[in-house]
Write a new protein. Sequence first.
Length: 310
Amino acid sequence: MDARSLKQQLAQRARETGFSAFGVARSAPVDESWQRSYRQWLDSGCGAEMHYLSNHPQLRSHPAELLPGAQSVISLALNYFHTEQQQADAIIAMYAHGDDYHEVARLMMRPLIEILESHGFEARACVDTAPVRERYWALCSGIAFAGRNGLAIVPDVGSFCFLSEIITTAPLPPDAPLTKTCQGCGKCVEACPGHAIMADGKIDARRCHSYLSIEHRGELPPGTTLRTLYGCDICQRVCPHNQQATETTVSALKLRDTLRDLTLRQVAALTPQTFATLFRHSAVKRAKLTGLQRNLKYLPFPLVPLAPLD
Ligand code: SF4
Ligand code: SF4
């Protein structure tokens, strides 16, 4: 099979499996300006306590460092948008309403890996675990353009998407980056509760409620008032590119029954055992029980409801 036909087969399988976007970039060193800008972001302290971000700079700089002989990077976007709202007050960012996306996406990538392997190529799946610049590759492969809020925006889908990559030795024909840009309306900047979106479109994690409520250990900076118990997606909720977002077709990513009526009072009463049961196969585990219960102290009373999505 020639490379073009193989790419078509992969793209079709990706669509059938439930991915919303599929694109290919040639495997090459990450553009030096991106690497420099990333280093500056880390050096300025904007990565907060996420010290692992500065680990393995060599691995992040070229896909061939992760898979020797890599020829292509396949970028995939997985839409997790859904319209069902949580009914009580323990509000969790939409990306964590369903099963852990690491597990869901990895399973969904399996058929693509099998196709590549059946043609004698090597392939490595990366789902937010390997040191890969996901947004960079999404832009290079033409599946998304950059938003002012630091997110990748997939045309006609929006930014409520998980990104993942398959690095492969298959020499697939690359796609061109998009020429489209975000509308630059500034709504994300105005709505950001932590004033975390900087002028260059990068995010200062030290001020970002998504980072603070999930990754940060210990007490939050004085004066922090969270809007949601876990994570934050306010800069996505206000973005016009998400007004056309459509319901995900992947049922594992929709709102779990157990979260629909979850209250802050119930969260306060969780024990290690009930936490582990409630958030089994959920990304919420990342915050740990101590982080989730700490967050309770930083929520206003009464809670200010989030504006519903249009
Ligand atoms: S996730 Fe929340 S706090 Fe972070 S940049 Fe977006 S709106 Fe701001
Ligand atoms: S809210 Fe406006 S400025 Fe922000 S990412 Fe969306 S279109 Fe761009």
